[in-house]
Design a protein around this ligand. Structure first.
Ligand SMILES: [Cu+2]
Length: 93
């Protein structure tokens, strides 16, 4: 029992160390490096976002959020739509 508690505690500590949720969202309509750059800029301008990685080849955007923060799927959809792209939450890679 003690062991279980200890490993649970360890898990919690590890999670805190790697805090900041990661989310991969598919992006429809992204065709060139300019698109990718624009999307990256758009997300980096959001205060909740710590890191953005755009894959033009695989058509997705990987978002790393700041501790305890997150953009809602609706907000992400809206941000992408504003730039002329479509968010795809189904097809995660
Ligand atoms: Cu483009």
């Amino acid at each position: 029992m003690k062991k279980l508690i200890l490993s649970t505690l360890l898990m919690i500590v590890t999670n805190i160390a790697f805090a900041g949720e990661e989310l991969i969202v598919g992006v429809k309509g992204m065709v060139c490096a300019f698109c990718a750059q624009g999307i990256e800029k758009k997300f980096m301008a959001q205060p909740e976002v710590a890191k953005v990685e755009v894959s033009l080849t695989n058509k997705y955007v990987k978002l790393n959020f700041k501790d305890g923060k997150r953009l809602t799927n609706e907000k992400i959809t809206e941000l992408l739509k504003d730039s002329g792209y479509e968010a795809n939450f189904e097809e995660k890679k």
